[in-house]
Write a protein that binds this ligand. Sequence first.
Ligand code: ATP
Ligand code: MN
Length: 482
Amino acid sequence: MVYKKIKIKRLLSDPVSGQNIKVNGWVRTKRESKNVVFVALNDGSGLANLQIVADPGKFSELLLKDITTGACISVNGTLVESHGKGQQVELQAESIEVLGKSDPDSYPLQPKKHSLEFLREIAHLRPRTNTFSAIYRIRHAMIFAVHQFFNEKGFLNIHTPIITASDAEGAGEMFRVSTLDPKNPPLLEDGTIDFSLDFFERETNLTVSGQLEAELGALALSEVYTFGPTFRAENSNTTRHLAEFWMIEPEMAFYDLEDNMDLAEEFLKYLIRYALEKCAEDLEFLNQRAAEEEMSRRQEDRYELSLIERLKFVIDNNFERITYTEAIQILMESKPNRKKKFQFLIERWGTDLQSEHERYLVEKHFRKPVILSDYPKEIKAFYMRMNEDGITVRAMDILFPGIGEIVGGSQREERMDQLRRRMQEMEINAEGLWWYLDTRKFGTAPHSGFGLGFERFLQFITGMNNIRDVIPFPRTPGNADF
Ligand code: ATP
Ligand code: MN
């Protein structure tokens, strides 16, 4: 007899009774009586388990004993219509092989609800749960959709370096890359480390952004994007920060700030539409999960809309576009500011916005995503294009409900003299960035770009409150297990 190997999702999407098939997967549960054994098998291809039915008379007791929650088995059998509740078809087992036993007493994933905190401690096993397998599948679909979106538009994907000698943000919260002996590094006369003896003969770090190199791409290839890991050694233990996260950074020549906003809005809506279309089953599950979790939150912290309603709401509405100056006006006059309910009160034009302010604008004032533009130059990076007023720059941040900033972008300063002036003012080392400045010297062009934090976006799509739950192996302060 020939058994055709097939994934459970594919099998269930087009079940034909009578076919002889082979499935492999992990046992979620086993129920047995004198006359029959039922096994719920999952291979990660979808939420639904395949019900395996075995006649205990046909199999050795020893084999059946090894079929426990967590064990990995391979089953050959015939697909038959199911008379039981909850499934259309089931697999009548002809032969079963236990590929990997699992000790039922010490297996951490029991068939019950586990807390997310506990699951983070067993991140090596959590993809075997419904919640995390759904998140992994959505994450994959979104990666695919990102590439599809840009490919359809004719953007080129470029890989920007992970090890760099420049600090794109000038923020200095970076992880050093070095092969020097930490116990005995070579020193200069003044006692500082002599990096000229290091691997790259200079000080190097893990990148905080691929933007500067993406700009080089845009100024030759017109429209490019990078999608890679970025690293920030900021010691912020929040639900929105990781030390290692993935960022999508498109960079476009001949785009002004308006064009940049249009692209970002179209991009976000495209991804959400893709998720609603292609991940319907997983989203339905997470929708239910989020609804249950909402019930345990304080009334005033609850969302008015369900997860899926929020996704549809973003697609159906134009993002509100206002300037930083207008936002400050709104915030200064807002109730939480007047009643001193904000942790950081807004007292004057020029202060940086905190996540609480961003969320107020999105969730309370406008009740839709907001694009804030034209920030004071003091709170933004050196490469953003100076406005006529000489005090604001062509920056734009996109703010989302529940998250705050999800996208940060700008029109870039393409004029050499302005750029040099800003670098001087902000004490950015121009020598190290000679290659960046060269693009302004040789055929400069107006250009723009933005960065979408992939995990922040996934938080929005999946409704997960903690960013640690939307990346397989989160890296946070004090945490690099797995
Ligand atoms: P925040 O003020 O929220 O820390 P940022 O101003 O440092 O963000 P940018 O430097 O503009 O953010 O980075 C671009 C995008 O990358 C952000 O809009 C956000 O989506 C994402 N991002 C930034 N820092 C992190 C982080 N530590 N973990 C996960 N995503 C991040
Ligand atoms: Mn930050």
